[in-house]
Design a protein around this ligand. Structure first.
Ligand SMILES: Cc1cc2nc3c(=O)[nH]c(=O)nc-3n(C[C@H](O)[C@H](O)[C@H](O)COP(=O)(O)OP(=O)(O)OC[C@H]3O[C@@H](n4cnc5c(N)ncnc54)[C@H](O)[C@@H]3O)c2cc1C
Length: 573
């Protein structure tokens, strides 16, 4: 049971792939001598990572032609030359070790007839290197980490505990304020070190592949606490969100040979990426789809969710049932179509944040004793566009690195920080009185819907200056309006009404950073594609955006991208 005030040596905020991997490493490194806590707003295994479908990228078959250099080149080219190349090098070297480690911990990888791990093609990779477990890769990876965690005694779980702020004093981490959603208690957890692994924020969009809990809380809290966010303008749109829900149809479906078809029955990718076709990188495929739709070669729907077809029929029942059973099940249940018999209706859906909390190559943030890993972080692996299957691998690699770094740091600290009680009381008052007693005329669900509709329309696959100006205006209007919401539920237990308000406050802060960064970046690169500035501009924009919180809005600054191996060249597939 949760105490009113708690303290642990290492705090892991988030129990997705990055958080669980960090926790296992922290427990292993400290050999059960340190006290470790995992705090998660959902039950531990309900993190979005269980939804990862298609695979995890790593070089596992050098003898068949793959190489670390090739994986690095694919990642750098995919990033439109904004990835930090020293980070990419570390990543490709470490990810095979992580997959073998998972194998030793017992993950049921899909295998080839000779018993070796199987790998499938994925977008932008020039070798079949997405290692997979059916089309439920994240689910099996999460279970394997969870099982492994059971070996360690020194780990305390705070499930369904929602963190509302990160406390920092004099540039050093102190603790977290936590709302236990199941009991209503509000309390402080002090810690010597923190790993933030809170995932992405795609729920600021309406049409998205993400879980309802992907509201960017960790990034927003870090930002308000003074940690800069990096490269937030780069939001990935996945080419195949299922109509009308947005549920993901894995890139593995195209990796296994699925076709994208327009209303003229053409495999239109021939026009845009003749050598890679359907397995070109996601930014390119999503733009191609939007061009088809905008030029009238899509299928229209009254709700405006115009779409294209993903055709799997030629793959045959055996392959679909063996390799893509989830895709078949989801399509039958949510689109009432059997992909054995009919093509699947899809369109680009908001899917991933390349940006996040600014860290160095070891996952350290600029604040002492705070690390960040996984989708919440921006270690600058993906640059302006992430390759499919590189994210789960990133979570494992930097989960391990940050878990170890944070633990070693905590081992060197004699005492826990002191936190003055009034800091916790102030936060409790902000949450339950200032926000929680709101009695204005605004409705948070209306504000959320307006934000999502606007982001879907103004800050999507194609962008331009006037649309983003309008977006910024709208975000600032919504930030004012949310101060006047009416809170209908006054309880502290499972108060999803109050929770929705806190989430939307977070989403609005992050949306503002995305749009401000996007407006400033007068070029097109990776997922940031501007009609009014259609070319990449390496001389002026081969650099990362940093956004610092100020009450008036983000202050932007820039740092160079690290180029060690390859100078930028034209990106063609
Ligand atoms: C449908 C889908 C399929 C995907 N398929 C693939 C794939 O095949 N290959 C690939 O590489 N990538 C894939 N991705 C991307 C990848 O899965 C994610 O980027 C990755 O799993 C994110 O992991 P994470 O650990 O960073 O965060 P998450 O798994 O999102 O976990 C976030 C954690 O933070 C906690 N948290 C957040 N806010 C708070 C708060 N305020 N208080 C307390 N706890 C909080 C949550 O409870 C949760 O435990 C896919 C993504 C989706 C949505």
């Amino acid at each position: 049971m949760v105490e009113i005030e708690a303290a642990h040596d290492v705090l892991i905020l988030g129990s997705g792939l990055a958080g669980l991997r960090a926790a296992v490493e922290a427990a292993r490194v400290s050999n059960d001598e340190l006290d470790i806590a995992i705090i998660s707003r959902v039950q531990l295994m309900r993190s979005h990572s269980v939804c990862a479908e298609g695979g995890t990228a790593a070089v596992m078959r050098p003898e068949e032609g793959d190489s670390l250099e090739l994986h690095a080149w694919d990642t750098v080219r995919g990033s439109d030359f904004l990835a930090d190349q020293d980070v990419v090098k570390l990543f490709v070297e470490e990810s095979p070790k992580e997959l073998i480690q998972l194998d030793h911990w017992g993950i049921p990888w899909s295998r080839r007839p000779d018993g070796r791990m199987n790998q499938r093609p994925f977008g932008g990779h020039s070798f079949d290197r997405a290692t997979f477990a059916e089309d439920k890769t994240g689910f099996f990876e999460m279970h394997t980490l969870y099982d492994t965690l059971q070996k360690y005694a020194g780990v305390t779980r705070y499930d369904e505990c929602y963190v509302t702020s990160i406390l920092i004093d004099n540039g050093v981490f102190q603790g977290l304020t936590v709302w236990n959603l199941t009991t209503g208690q509000f309390f402080l957890i002090r810690g010597k070190a923190l790993v933030i692994a809170t995932g992405g924020a795609c729920r600021m969009f309406g049409f998205t592949t993400y879980s309802l809990t992907a509201t960017g809380d960790g990034a927003a809290m870090a930002y308000r606490a003074g940690i800069p966010l990096k490269d937030m303008e780069f939001v990935q749109f996945h080419p195949t969100g299922l109509i009308p829900s947005g549920i993901l149809i894995t890139e593995g479906a195209r990796g296994e040979g699925g076709y994208l078809i327009n209303n003229k029955d053409e495999r239109f990718m021939e026009r845009y990426a003749p050598s890679k076709m359907e397995t070109a990188p996601r930014d390119i495929v999503s733009r191609s789809e939007m061009t088809e739709i905008l030029e009238g070669r899509g299928f229209s729907r009254p709700d405006g969710l115009d779409y294209l077809h993903l055709d799997l029929r030629h793959l045959g029942a055996q392959k679909i049932n063996e390799r893509l059973p989830l895709i078949r099940e989801v399509t039958i249940k949510f689109a009432f179509i059997d992909p054995l018999e009919q093509p699947i209706p899809i369109r680009p859906a908001a899917h991933y944040f390349m940006g996040g909390i600014h860290t160095d190559i070891e996952g350290a943030t600029p604040v002492e004793a705070i690390w960040a890993a996984g989708e919440a972080a921006c270690v600058s692996l993906h640059g302006a566009n992430r390759l499919g299957a590189n994210s789960t691998a990133e979570c494992l690699v930097w989960g391990r690195i940050t878990g170890e770094k944070a633990t070693r740091y905590a081992m060197g600290q004699k005492s826990l920080p002191d936190v003055p009680p009034q800091r916790v009381q102030e936060e409790e008052k902000r949450l339950f009185e200032q926000i929680g007693h709101g009695n204005g005329s605004e409705d948070v669900y209306v504000i959320r819907a307006e934000l999502q509709r606007m982001m879907d329309h103004n800050v999507a696959v194609y962008r331009n200056g006037p649309d983003m100006e309008e977006a910024l205006k709208k975000i600032r209007e919504l930030k004012q309006r949310i101060k006047h919401v009416k809170v209908k539920d006054q309880s502290r237990i499972y108060n999803t009404n109050l929770l929705a308000i806190v989430e939307v406050i977070n989403l609005l802060d992050l949306a503002e950073v995305i749009v401000a960064g996007g407006l400033a970046r007068t070029e097109s690169r990776g997922a940031h594609s501007r009609r009014d500035f259609p070319n990449r501009d390496d001389d002026n924009w081969g650099k990362h955006t940093l956004a610092y919180y100020t009450p008036e809005g983000p202050r932007l600054d820039y740092i160079p991208a690290t180029i060690t191996m390859w100078q930028p060249v034209e990106r063609k597939y």
